[in-house]
Design a protein around this ligand. Structure first.
Ligand SMILES: C[S@@+](CC[C@H](N)C(=O)[O-])C[C@H]1O[C@@H](n2cnc3c(N)ncnc32)[C@H](O)[C@@H]1O
Length: 295
């Protein structure tokens, strides 16, 4: 098989480029397309009317899904406005495993007066067959020392789950990216690495290939580089395409700031000593890593 497309990011419309990817060659698709909400990506890709948007979604999915292996999976980011229609379509082709809610940790500031404020993205996880690849142990969330200590009573002793950590469940509370986040690029809808890395580690075997049809700032590509997976990605906007190439270059040269996001609400005692210490460590780390940045 000609594998010249592996580990490449193409500055192309995915509808055009996808035909050069062989069928059944991809382990995982992470698709974060325009949501149909009118965002400005330097093009009209997010400005379609509802019917045209849904038709276009069906079109790129129809071209892209055959690229997946039988053991492959798809994570599809969407908004609640369109996810019902898109998921119904996908269920005719694949098996739905999860609806994951990404709680973006939007602060409470008044908000809408005519309905409840929407603060989440919807992510559908679909698989091709019952033989899908899935490695929960690689994405378990460790319990902190305080929780482990609190569970010293005899009923918990010897419980493996305390050591291995817990399943992240299907509500993922991860802050959207702000300027203070070291991984932030100049892209309007960049996703946090923490989310994409979880998908890559759980659903793509080591050295497998991840396809990102809408690469944006290159978060999927970065997650693959950082976790020894291969990738192929498409991004239609040349400015974002350049951004991805620079991100790849920084990672290759060890000049990438990957200070983790620490504000997880799930962690017990978020305002306690642990949180303060890791924030301090992060600030210190940020100062160090900023000095080594190439761009
Ligand atoms: C929601 S953003 C992806 C953000 C990305 N996940 C990240 O973390 O940075 C969608 C991207 O798809 C790109 N795009 C839109 N239509 C496209 C198409 N037909 N082919 C390839 N890329 C496209 C847009 O320019 C935009 O950067």
């Amino acid at each position: 098989m000609n594998k010249e497309w592996v580990d490449q990011v193409f500055n192309l419309d995915v509808l055009e480029g996808i035909k050069d990817i062989p069928d059944h060659s991809i382990d995982l698709i992470i698709a974060d397309p325009p949501y149909g909400l009118g965002k400005d990506y330097g093009n009209d890709s997010d400005k379609k009317e509802r019917a045209a948007f849904l038709q276009w979604t069906e079109q790129w999915l129809t071209l892209t899904l055959p690229k997946l292996k039988q053991t492959g999976s798809l994570y599809l980011f969407a908004t609640w406005r369109h996810s019902p229609e898109i998921f119904v379509f996908l269920k005719t082709r694949m098996t739905m495993l999860n609806e994951i809610i990404w709680d973006r940790r939007v602060p409470s500031m008044g908000g809408s007066t005519r309905r409840f404020s929407s603060v989440h993205d919807t992510i559908g996880l679909f698989v091709n067959s019952k033989d899908y690849y899935f490695d929960i142990d690689s994405v378990r969330i460790p319990y902190d020392q305080a929780t482990k200590k609190a569970r010293t009573r005899s009923i918990f002793v010897g419980k493996k789950w305390l050591e291995v950590g817990y399943n992240p469940k299907d509500v993922w509370t991860v802050s959207r990216l702000h300027r203070i986040h070291s991984e932030r690029e100049d892209h309007p809808t960049q996703k946090p690495l923490e989310i994409i890395e979880r998908m890559v580690k759980a659903s793509c075997p080591a050295n497998g290939i991840v396809l990102d049809p809408f690469a944006g700032s290159g978060t999927t590509v970065a997650a693959c580089q950082l976790n020894q997976r291969h990738y192929v990605a498409f991004e239609i906007n040349p400015t974002y395409h350049d951004m991805i190439l620079r991100r790849i270059h920084r990672i290759k040269n060890g000049a990438y700031d990957i200070t983790p996001i620490v504000e997880r609400t799930e962690r017990p005692n978020p305002a306690g000593d642990n949180a303060k210490n890791s924030l301090r460590a992060r600030r210190k780390n940020k100062t160090l890593t900023n000095q080594t940045k190439l761009f």
